[in-house]
Design a protein around this ligand. Structure first.
Ligand code: ADP
Ligand code: MG
Length: 238
């Protein structure tokens, strides 16, 4: 089981307290959305979970493993970024295979995993293309396939659809939901888009000013906002 326990995680940059004692418990295989306005600390929290940034204090556990002190590659966490972090000079195949090669997985396993995840993300007929030649949506499919190929316990996604146009965003959102619900990955998905949060999340953590204001299922967040901020941000003021 890979429940995630985020316990009193704080982050300061100089004198600025960016995260103020964040506490969240996420159940194995749950889809949790971190929702909040720009600058509230969503990306910082995600980067701390991934090990790309160090917390000032607090503990992060996955199952019974304390992961704080582990290097990013030992955390069994994969991350998808907003700006399609794919390598333009590599083929789609090599982009998806990248993490698996770093991990020194067998060639047979790499062939199988790349094919499998490319099919899942509907880019199986693009494997020999250079990713620099793809559209934004296709590149983001590559980024998701690359993350899933690692079979992470936890998948972190930081505004993965925000660079796509509205129609594509809707299409990809529905697809991501289907793919991730069918996988056994626990997902933490960051967005500032209320509608996106409502349609994707099992539970939503509404963040503001480095704190979680409310953590609950979408219907509760909508009908019983815990604070004035949550109500106005969701568009249903108390
Ligand atoms: P969000 O993803 O919710 O938009 P971020 O986590 O990116 O918010 O940023 C939260 C706050 O922390 C912002 O005010 C940002 O300017 C600040 N911040 C982020 N990274 C750093 C850093 N490396 N040094 C100083 N301040 C930072
Ligand atoms: Mg951000």
């Amino acid at each position: 089981m890979s429940d995630i326990h985020i316990d009193k995680v704080k982050k300061q940059f100089g004198d600025l307290e960016i995260l103020k004692s964040v506490e969240i418990e996420i159940k194995d295989q749950e889809f949790v959305v971190l929702l909040g306005p720009s600058g509230c600390g969503k990306s910082t929290l995600l980067r701390i979970l991934a090990g790309l940034e160090t917390e000032t204090s607090g503990t992060i556990r996955i199952g019974d493993r304390v992961v704080n002190k582990l290097s990013p590659k030992d955390r069994r966490i994969a991350m998808v970024f907003q700006n399609y972090a794919v390598f333009p000079h590599m083929t789609v195949f090599e982009n998806i295979a990248f993490g698996l090669r770093m991990r020194k997985d067998s060639e047979a396993h790499i062939q199988k995993k790349v094919k499998e995840t490319a099919e899942l993300m509907h880019i199986e007929n693009r494997l020999t293309h250079f990713s620099g030649q793809l559209s934004g949506g296709q590149r983001q499919r590559v980024a998701v396939a690359r993350a899933l190929a690692m079979e992470p316990e936890v998948l972190l996604m930081d505004e993965p659809l925000s660079n796509l146009d509205a129609l594509l965003r809707l299409e990809m959102r529905a697809e991501l939901k289907t793919v991730l619900d069918a996988s056994n990955t626990t997902t933490i998905y960051v967005t500032h888009d209320q509608v996106e949060a409502m349609s994707l999340a099992d539970r939503i953590a509404v963040m503001n000013g480095g704190q979680i204001e409310q953590y609950d299922v979408p219907t509760e967040i909508y009908h019983n906002p815990a604070t004035e901020f949550v109500g106005s941000f969701i568009g249903n003021p108390p």
